[in-house]
Design a protein around this ligand. Structure first.
Ligand code: ZN
Length: 187
C-alpha cells in the first residue's frame, strides 16, 4: 500500500469540547476493569459527522458488532463501526495511524485515499450494534504510531491480556495534533 504524505492535521469532529474519557484513564465498565484507555472519547450525538484528520489512506474499515441477549442484556461491548487511516509524517518520514470508533455509518473502505476534512462516517446510535452497544453516543479517537498488520487495533491496554499492542505506541491525540501544526512543510 502506498502511503501519502500528510502535511497538516485537524480535529476529527466539529464540536471538540466534551471529552468524557481521557487518554490513559483506567476505565471500569460493567464492574470490569478494561484497562488503560488508548484514545479519547468525545461526546457526539447520533449522526454527527466525522472527518479524516489528514490526508491519508484507509487501511481498515469494518463493523465489529456488539451483542445483546434476547432479554436485552449487554453481552459484548465492541467497536461498532471502526475506521483506521494511515498517514505519513513528511518530516520524520514515519507512518502513523488515526483510529475512529463507534461509527454508525462508514463512507470509506480499505484502500481509499482521503483528504484532510474528508467525511469518513457518522456517529452511531446509542445501544446499537453499530455503536458497539454503548449508552453514550461518542467518538473514540486514537493516534497509533506502532506497526500495523491489517488487524483491528485495541481501545484499551490491560496488563496480561491478549491485546498485544504496546501502550507506548499510543499518543495523546489532542497534543499530537496541536504539535503537528503548523509546519510550513514543503513537499
Ligand atoms: Zn474510548
Amino acid at each position: 500500500m502506498a502511503y501519502r504524505i500528510t502535511p497538516n492535521l485537524m480535529f476529527p469532529i466539529g464540536n471538540f469540547r466534551n471529552i468524557t474519557s481521557g487518554f490513559g484513564e483506567m476505565n471500569v465498565y460493567d464492574n470490569k476493569l478494561w484497562g488503560k484507555h488508548l484514545g479519547i472519547d468525545i461526546a457526539a450525538p447520533n449522526e454527527t459527522k466525522i472527518f479524516s484528520i489528514g490526508r491519508g489512506v484507509v487501511v481498515y474499515s469494518k463493523l465489529h458488532q456488539g451483542e445483546f441477549s434476547e432479554n436485552g442484556e449487554v453481552l459484548k461491548r465492541n467497536w461498532g463501526g471502526i475506521v483506521i487511516i494511515a498517514h505519513k509524517d513528511p518530516q520524520s518520514k514515519k507512518v502513523f495511524y488515526s483510529v475512529y470508533g463507534h461509527l454508525g455509518k462508514r463512507y470509506v473502505k480499505r484502500g481509499d485515499a482521503v483528504e484532510m476534512g474528508g467525511l469518513i462516517g457518522v456517529i452511531g446510535k446509542s445501544m446499537s450494534e453499530s455503536n458497539g452497544i454503548w449508552e453514550e453516543e461518542h467518538l473514540h479517537f486514537g493516534i497509533y504510531i506502532g506497526p500495523f498488520h491489517g488487524k483491528v487495533l485495541p481501545g484499551y491496554f490491560k496488563e496480561g491480556s491478549n491485546v498485544i499492542t504496546d501502550p507506548e505506541f499510543w499518543k495523546e491525540p489532542i497534543s499530537f495534533i496541536k504539535n503537528y501544526n503548523p509546519r510550513n512543510v514543503h513537499i
